[in-house]
Design a protein around this ligand. Structure first.
Ligand SMILES: [Zn+2]
Length: 311
């Protein structure tokens, strides 16, 4: 993978390329953005670019250093993630990595410490890190990531150069699903729409899409009796996907009917119902019974089809 092969995140890529070209990279970067938008790829790419042994445009992705970093086995690149029951980055983890990066690199130019989910640094661990973040040696770099910037300790944030990684455009998620994950075109299109710009979220949906398609086809069928006999999904995740599916279907219908003056009332109702579904989806956590939410959604869906039948 090279910079140009990372799709999206143009601002972060441009910033980093400029820093690398000028030889003035920051001692600590914090990549902030939702899950599944390419933060980890950017971090790896930067770690490679800092250490690639090839002359010319870096990273080359072919030298031993690049390959070892890609595989996660380079002795000068250290990765720290939250662990333990509390799912935190603890002071022992930080001490260990500081000890290692305090030494000169084995065979790279710089020692790289990658800290994932920086919002999970507990205060003690963060404090032990402050001095190193503030005054990194010429041969150490800190690369932090977070999908919850507001929950990161201000003492950490203020010592890093922040690189914002926003949700990816829908077309890019779709392209990644098609080209890199072998999704079929229909699944890629539908899940990209629902992904909120996150490849990992799209992939999670894609995994289960066939089942939902089947469920949705039953929903789309206006034969009331059959729908009434369909068992309601039980799990929170299934209900979430069901609601997502309804929203997509409503949006498809609205888009298809847009511009047909005679149907504008229909379109309004569909859009309104889609928003109701989104609200239900957002409140799902508050319901004790996901099945109840599914039942409410079914009511809303049926009321739409009722109107249609009466015409
Ligand atoms: Zn290389």
């Amino acid at each position: 993978m090279s910079w140009s092969e990372i799709l999206g995140q143009d601002l972060a890529k441009r910033t980093l390329s400029a820093h690398l070209a000028s030889g003035k990279t920051a001692g600590a970067y914090l990549f902030a953005g939702p899950e599944g938008v390419g933060k980890r790829l950017l971090v790896l790419e930067l770690a490679k670019a800092l250490n690639c042994t090839t002359e010319g445009s870096r990273p080359c992705d072919r030298c031993v250093t690049c390959q070892q970093i890609t595989k996660g086995i380079h002795p000068d690149v250290h990765r720290v993630t939250p662990s333990g029951a509390s799912n935190q980055i603890r002071i022992d983890d930080i001490r260990q990595v500081l000890e290692r990066i305090g030494l000169r690199p084995y065979n790279a130019r710089v020692q790289v410490a990658i800290l994932e989910q920086a919002e999970r640094l507990n205060e003690e661990a963060a404090n032990s890190l402050l001095k190193s973040l503030e005054e990194p040696t010429t041969f150490t770099r800190f690369l932090l990531t977070t999908n919850q910037l507001p929950h990161c300790l201000p003492t950490i944030v203020s010592r890093c150069q922040i690189l914002r990684c926003p949700p990816l455009p829908r077309e890019i998620v779709q392209r990644i699903l098609l080209d890199r994950h072998g999704c079929d075109p229909r699944t890629a299109e539908m899940t990209a729409r629902l992904s909120q710009g996150s490849v990992s979220r799209a992939l999670e949906l894609a995994d289960r899409w066939t089942d939902y398609e089947r469920l949705l086809n039953q929903l789309a069928d206006f034969r009331m009796s059959e729908w009434m006999e369909t068992p309601l999904p039980e799990s929170r995740q299934d209900v979430t996907h069901l609601l997502d599916g309804m929203v997509v279907r409503l949006r498809d219908r609205s888009a298809a009917a847009a511009g047909e003056a005679a149907r504008s009332a229909d379109v309004d109702r569909w859009v309104e119902t889609a928003f109701d579904m989104i609200a239900l989806r957002e409140s799902l956590e508050q319901f004790v019974s996901p099945r109840l939410v599914a039942a409410l959604a079914r009511e809303k869906w049926l009321s739409l089809t009722e109107v249609k039948r009466q015409k």
